[in-house]
Design a protein around this ligand. Structure first.
Ligand SMILES: [Zn+2]
Length: 295
């Protein structure tokens, strides 16, 4: 299988123009689809499938947001700002198949919204408003920061080590509200007895990742809309196994029937409703897995 980046100086240059929040979202989702498509084809090749036609990616400095001639200075013009996790497995440009100058990127463990983070996003939204049409938050499955926050929530004694490290504690404290929200949502679905289940920790980590992305998006939307209006804020979660960005936990491997990125909840009620939907999907996926292992 050949993946060819081809630069033809005489070919017409096709740059993507993103004029609205909707087209920015479309560009992110279709970029994730391109990324998934290429990786899936490589995986199939590894398993012995035929190499098939080469994938040819038209390529030029201008399409990459780089100067076409030596010495020219590109103007910063991202179409979206994305806040993601520092996890080395979650490089935002690659996941959304975007080149230089397309995304204004912030990465911090657990994709939490600190003051510096918010300052950077304020800068992007006010100074780059000609090009920037969308602000997004991306969580990811198996997030170490969220897992640590879940462990701190479930076992206060183990939390003692972390509690003595102020910066780390500050990070986990910010995720705690999401973990508590996810735990209550799972309890509303299943009853308080679910806490005794051996799977509860795993279920809670999965649900908390989604709720945490929603909570950050909600906070971000509130901060950016203080003056009454602001950019559209969306959120999603990157699944490390399927490589898909999705708005809900996957049930039965179906990635197509659900929104890929969702609008940030506007209020506490929206957050609770979303947490309930996530808890429902997490439990449904878990029951499906159980059924498969029994079958
Ligand atoms: Zn993470």
């Amino acid at each position: 299988m050949d993946l060819i980046y081809r630069y033809d100086p005489f070919a017409p240059i096709e740059t993507v123009h993103v004029e609205t929040a909707e087209s920015a979202m479309h560009e992110l989702v279709s970029g994730n689809d391109r990324f998934v498509g290429i990786v899936q084809r490589m995986q199939q090749r590894t398993m012995g499938a035929a190499a098939g036609e080469p994938i040819i990616v038209p390529f030029s400095p201008l399409m990459m947001g780089l100067p076409l001639f030596k010495g020219a200075l590109p103007q910063q013009s991202p179409f979206a700002a994305i806040l993601g996790c520092s996890d080395a497995r979650v490089p935002l440009e690659q996941i959304f198949d975007q080149s230089f100058n397309k995304l204004f990127v912030l990465r911090i463990a657990g994709n939490v919204l600190g003051a510096e983070c918010l300052g950077s996003l304020h800068y992007a939204v006010t100074q780059l408003q000609d090009s920037l049409k969308l602000v997004g938050v991306l969580g990811h499955s198996k997030c170490g920061a969220v897992t640590a926050a879940v462990d701190a929530y479930l076992s206060v004694t183990e939390f003692a080590d972390i509690a003595s490290t102020y910066p780390l504690r500050s990070l986990l404290d910010q995720i705690q509200i999401s973990v508590r929200g996810a735990a209550r949502a799972i309890e509303r679905q299943e009853g308080p007895g679910i806490r005794k289940s051996p799977d509860f920790r795993t279920l809670l980590v999965t649900a908390s990742v989604y709720v945490n992305a929603a909570v950050t998006a909600h906070e971000l939307r509130r901060e950016l809309h203080l003056q009454g209006s602001g950019p559209e804020v969306v959120f999603g979660v990157y699944d490390l196994e399927t490589l898909h960005v999705q708005g809900y936990p996957t049930v039965g491997g179906d990635h197509t029937s659900q929104p890929r990125m969702r609008p940030a909840p506007k209020d506490a009620h929206g957050l609770t409703t979303y947490a309930d939907e996530v808890a429902k999907a997490v439990m449904a996926a878990s029951r499906e897995l159980d059924a498969e292992s029994v079958g």
